[in-house]
Design a protein around this ligand. Structure first.
Ligand code: HEM
Length: 400
């Protein structure tokens, strides 16, 4: 049996700005030359083929989330309060409880409100000949939507958005969590604590109140309400997971539709293709590039061994370009039939906000194209953000 690093001289570095410009050529080499990849310098393994990633997402017992899912956090001891960093049964119990209030019906009912929020940002752009679509639209819509869902009043939204952005901020070239992010975290939690206290005395028709009143069934069958720290962690996860991903995803979608005007024209001719275009954009260039796991037992795969305790990245972004699953994978094709992709994850941790993300993305693209059907990306106005797992734009200027 060969050790995986002996069979390749590839170096995939999730912290490299250069690779982040276009990671897809290296992902291709990893799929073809090192389907089980090992990086000895940073000490992590990676899977890049679609079927390998999907199988690993399903096998949560072997591929555990309990030590975190972001490479730079996987060696850090942290208090595990987010469901995304838990394994069943605790994750399942909390997730089931939240799924009960996060119902498809409740999400679908948000459509008029999401449309109104989107139009509020897009209407003024009609009067202009260019915009920074991140600053003027995609950075704002997702947080407003999460805030509506949670029940954060409009006057508090800028404050919560700033804190949530600060929590996710990383300094250039450093994988460490900067002091500004560490300082923002307790402030965000404090905000939610005071919002909860308020709802205890005055319940409202919002998710914060519903979760406050919800009851969790313990393994011994006993029922209990969620503690404040559990509730705040959950709000924090929604405010961060539901904010950055959609912000980045939408900017990527507007970038793709700017770079491939023929595909944009297909959407203008047939807006019913927009939901498929959303999935195609996710397949082609997703905001969340990999999900980290820790091995709870040693496994053999592709002639190599991943030892118990090792860090493994399931590079879902690479799996979306796997020609073993998607023919002609480097082509952006809004009409491509897509049965499955794993860019919302798969199995136990599959994105809890998936329906919401699909709904708000569809509405955002529909409303944008109605107002600005023809535009181009200003090559001078492209600014990438950099993080080990999130890919997308910090700024993206469009001209029309
Ligand atoms: C395009 C947008 C989005 C993408 C690409 C995305 C992607 C993902 C992925 C890949 C996972 C799985 C993580 C893992 O396996 O470790 C996940 C989980 C999760 N997402 Fe999303 N997400 C998006 C939007 C949202 C939104 C809008 C929300 C909230 C409203 C949200 C909330 C969550 C939560 C709570 C989890 C954890 C679920 C669990 O651990 O059981 N996401 N997301």
């Amino acid at each position: 049996m060969t050790s995986p690093h002996a069979i390749t001289n590839l170096e995939f570095d999730p912290y490299s700005y250069e690779q982040d410009e276009d990671p897809y050529p290296i992902y291709r080499r990893m799929r073809d030359e090192a389907p089980l990849y090992y990086n000895p310098r940073l000490d992590f393994y990676a899977l890049t083929r679609f079927e390998d990633c999907r199988a690993a997402f399903i096998d949560w017992k072997t591929f555990s989330s309990a030590r975190g899912t972001v490479l730079e956090l996987m060696d850090v001891d942290f208090k595990n309060t987010l469901i995304i960093f838990m394994d069943p049964p605790r994750q399942t119990a909390l997730r089931n409880l939240v799924s009960k209030v996060f119902t498809p019906r409740r999400i679908a009912a948000l459509e008029p409100e999401i449309r109104a929020i989107a139009c509020g940002y897009l209407d003024p752009l009609r009067e202009t000949h260019g915009c920074d679509i991140v600053r003027d639209f995609t950075a704002n819509l997702p947080m407003d939507v999460i805030s509506t869902l949670l029940g954060i009043p409009p006057e508090d939204r800028d404050h919560v958005r700033e804190l949530s952005n600060a929590v996710l901020h990383r300094e250039p070239g450093s994988p460490q969590i900067p002091p500004s992010a560490l300082a923002a975290m307790p402030k965000l939690l404090a905000y939610f604590e005071s919002a909860l206290a308020e709802r205890r005395t005055r319940p409202r028709d919002d998710i914060m109140t519903l979760l406050l009143q919800a009851e969790l069934r313990e393994p011994d069958g006993a029922l209990r309400r969620l503690r404040d720290d559990e509730l705040c962690s959950f709000f924090n996860l929604l405010a961060t997971a539901g904010n950055e991903t959609v912000t980045k995803f939408l900017a990527t979608a507007f970038h793709c539709l700017g770079e491939f005007p023929g595909e944009r024209q297909r959407l203008l001719d047939d807006p019913a293709l927009i939901p498929n275009a959303v999935d195609e954009t996710l397949r082609y260039d997703p905001p969340s590039q990999y999900q980290g796991r820790t091995l709870s037992r040693t496994v053999e795969i592709h002639g190599g061994v991943i030892p118990e305790g090792a860090k493994l990245l399931l590079i879902n972004a690479a799996s979306g370009r796997d020609e073993r699953a998607f023919p002609d994978p480097d082509r952006f094709d809004v009409g491509r039939p897509i049965e499955n992709h794993v860019n919302f994850g798969w199995g136990q941790h599959i994105c809890l906000g998936k329906n919401l993300a699909l709904l708000e993305s569809r509405i955002a693209i529909e409303e944008f194209l109605q107002r600005i059907p023809h535009y181009e990306v200003d090559p001078e106005g492209i600014e990438r953000m950099h993080s080990s797992n999130v890919r997308g734009f910090k700024g993206l200027r469009l001209r029309y």
